[in-house]
Design a protein around this ligand. Structure first.
Ligand code: FES
Length: 98
């Protein structure tokens, strides 16, 4: 059995939270498994509801036809993004970064 490392994911802003997410979990799955409420819809990279800004840290993201259109590399879809390090995320300032 391979044990995957778990990274600490911090959400900053008015609803700051911290949860653990393993390297083989998407950020969305890690949040939901930890009981952290985050916005999401389709879960497969089509609706953009789970969009979040990565303030700090390294990640890998699966490119989908929809998220490929997002110009900023630090704006990711939580359902299509896996942590490579501890991460800091921000939902509260997304409107500034459209
Ligand atoms: S939940 Fe729809 S794109 Fe992530």
């Amino acid at each position: 059995m391979t044990i995957m490392p778990a990274f600490t994911i911090e959400i900053v802003g008015p609803d700051s939270r911290v949860f653990l997410c393993s390297a083989n979990q998407t950020l969305l799955d890690g949040a939901l498994q930890s009981g952290v409420a985050v916005p999401y819809g389709c879960g497969v990279g089509k609706c953009a509801t789970c969009k979040v800004r990565v303030v700090d840290g390294q990640f890998w993201r699966l490119e989908t036809p929809v998220n490929k259109r997002v110009k900023r590399h630090d704006i990711v879809f939580a359902c299509c993004t896996w942590p490579l390090t501890d991460l800091v995320l921000a939902y509260s300032d997304l409107l500034r970064w459209k």
